[in-house]
Design a binder for this molecule. Sequence first.
Ligand SMILES: C[S@@+](CC[C@H](N)C(=O)[O-])C[C@H]1O[C@@H](n2cnc3c(N)ncnc32)[C@H](O)[C@@H]1O
Length: 191
Amino acid sequence: MIPFGRLGPIFKRFAGAMYPRETRSLLKEIIRSLEPGGLVLDLGAGTGILSDIAREERHDLRYVALDPAMGMLKNAPQHIGKVLGKAEDLPFRRNSFGAVLIGDAIHHVNDPEWAIIEVKRVLRKNGTFFIFDIDPDAFLGRAVCIAERLLRERAGFYPPEKLGDLLRKDGFSVDVLKHDWRYSITAKLID
Ligand SMILES: C[S@@+](CC[C@H](N)C(=O)[O-])C[C@H]1O[C@@H](n2cnc3c(N)ncnc32)[C@H](O)[C@@H]1O
């Protein structure tokens, strides 16, 4: 298992490099469209990198980082609310968030299908679920997948097409953007 609880300072320093410029722009576009003062949930947030990128665009929104590893969360900036927990069991009321983000973390979630149902519950109507992850069908992506399995991590990587199908089944419209061995999905809740 990857000891995320002890890797906070490393992630804080280096994890930003995972996110290509196109992903940052896409995320900022989503964040720009949210209502003033709304809530954004960062799942598997680690040290809050995605919330930080989003906040460059909108200071008025409130950001909540959820992660099972306190050693990661305690390295997140002060302005972000911190909640210890898992994506499969969200301690929030229905219709709470204008956007839910998950970056480089859905492949660590034990039950992604259930996590999608939870995200659907806490998202407001027309809210957006933004996913960034590694494509196991790409050469480099496959290498990451093998490396994580060698570390005995769950590493349940989904190709974007498969994740897209799961999201559509749960009532999301889906746009996929590929960046070589990584991809972003913008999923909008339409029912
Ligand atoms: C590779 S890190 C990415 C962290 C951060 N999003 C970033 O981009 O730096 C994966 C994160 O997923 C978290 N995680 C593992 N299982 C999880 C679960 N069931 N629900 C939510 N997060 C989980 C880990 O604790 C870790 O912080």
